[in-house]
Ligand binder design. Structure first.
Ligand code: NAP
Ligand code: G4F
Length: 329
């Protein structure tokens, strides 16, 4: 009898990472189940090109019954929990909801796995935001956490409940501590995409300034397409563990601006306006990761340089907006 294809459930499939991970899993011959929330209009912009190859299942991290039903009905081999309220500023406006999705949602999924089939392998999308006000540089798996936002606090809970279910119930539950990763599918509110989209708008004469917050903040920015491979590799290991995924380089928001405006031959200082509205109640000043464990154990390494990332994002937004302008002319 032929063996069935491996089956993976991806929560957050409509998000940036979900779309990249779905592509990777489909390329590897997986049957992909994409968990989506019911919405009055379909928001499948990032996965439109894959929609005929994914089985969509309705569920919500707030709704335990939906998680139990999906696992019982579809019996996945692997679960990638990417769903979350993932925008840091919103976590101050909606701290309780952020905790429900981003923290307790992890427990709901882990407990559904424990109940339905403890053999299911589980990936938790943990975050470098957990390091917050960093106590060590570079940050690695053993660096203590000091979160600086309700989002960061919720992710710390998600991380530790993953470790706890691994240790309590012997689940194959892994936490990937990913540093910022970006690309043309990034939401427009995150700083890299706000810059690349803003640069394209200015270049095409659709805007004449770009309003940003703290230009001194430094991040370890990689390309999302490279990072989803690390998620998959983690679930192929014999034992579950925690892994930092990062480039090992850090750059400021200012540097991102300089390169992005350079790409279209403009001087960033003529267009960027610092606006207090985009400052945060508590900031994460510097993140830079040490991914040597992921390199050593998983054989993973980033393929896209910082400059390549900036250029590919600016080029993609220029092409996107030019296409829209042609469509209306
Ligand atoms: P994203 O683009 O904001 O996508 C978030 C996804 O979560 C969307 O598909 C969203 O669905 C879904 N979602 C939100 N609340 C939900 C709920 N209650 N039930 C079910 N689905 C829900 O995020 P991303 O950048 O792809 O990040 C993926 C994950 O990695 C997140 O957990 C994020 O916190 C974490 N992370 C991201 C980074 C990064 O740099 N990108 C770094 C470290 C960790 P809708 O489309 O319906 O809103
Ligand atoms: O792009 P950001 O909003 O990403 P942030 O806060 O680092 O969070 C992202 O990465 C985390 C991994 O560390 C994920 F867990 C999380 O889900 C999310 O994907 O902001 C980056 C930096 C901040 O220091 C912010 O203060 O950019 C600074 N910034 C400056 N001006 C701005 C702006 N951020 C935004 N969003 N908008 C601005 O105008």
């Amino acid at each position: 009898m032929s063996k069935r294809a491996k089956r993976a459930l991806v929560t957050g499939i409509t998000g940036q990472d979900g779309s990249h991970l779905a592509e990777l899993l489909l390329d590897k011959g997986y049957e992909v189940l994409g968990m989506v929330r019911r919405t009055s209009t379909v928001n499948w912009e990032r996965i439109g090109h894959l929609q005929d190859r994914i089985t969509f299942v309705h569920g919500d991290l707030l709704d335990q019954v939906s998680l139990l039903t999906i696992l019982q009905e579809y019996q996945p081999d692997e679960v990638y929990n990417l769903a979350a309220q993932s925008f840091v500023p919103t976590s101050w406006q909606q701290p309780v909801l952020t905790g429900e999705f981003t923290a307790l949602g992890v427990t709901r999924m882990l407990d559904a796995i424990r109940t339905i089939n403890p053999e299911i392998r589980f990936y938790q999308a943990s975050s470098s935001e957990m390091f917050g006000k960093v106590v060590e540089t570079p940050q690695r798996e053993t660096t203590p956490f000091y979160p600086r936002s309700p989002y960061g606090v919720a992710k710390v809970y998600g991380h530790w409940i993953t470790v706890n279910y691994r240790e309590s119930y012997d689940l194959h539950a892994t936490s990937g501590i990913l540093f910022n990763h970006e690309g043309p599918r990034r939401g427009l509110e995150f700083v890299t995409r706000k810059i690349s989209h803003g640069v394209a708008r200015i270049k095409l004469g659709l805007a004449n300034e770009l309003r940003l917050g703290n230009l001194d903040a430094k991040r370890d920015w990689g390309y999302a397409g490279d990072y989803v491979e690390a998620m998959w590799l983690m679930l192929q290991q014999d034992s579950p563990d925690d892994y930092v995924v990062a480039t090992g380089e850090t750059h400021s928001v200012r540097e991102f601006c300089e390169l992005a405006f350079d790409r279209v031959g403009l001087d960033w200082e003529k267009y960027v306006v610092v606006d207090e509205r985009f400052f945060r109640p508590a900031e994460v000043d510097l993140l830079v990761g040490d991914a040597s464990k992921a390199r050593r154990v998983l054989g993973w390494e980033p393929k896209t340089s910082f400059e390549e990332l900036v250029n590919l994002m600016v080029d993609a937004d220029l092409a996107l907006l030019e296409g829209k302008l042609q469509g209306i002319s």
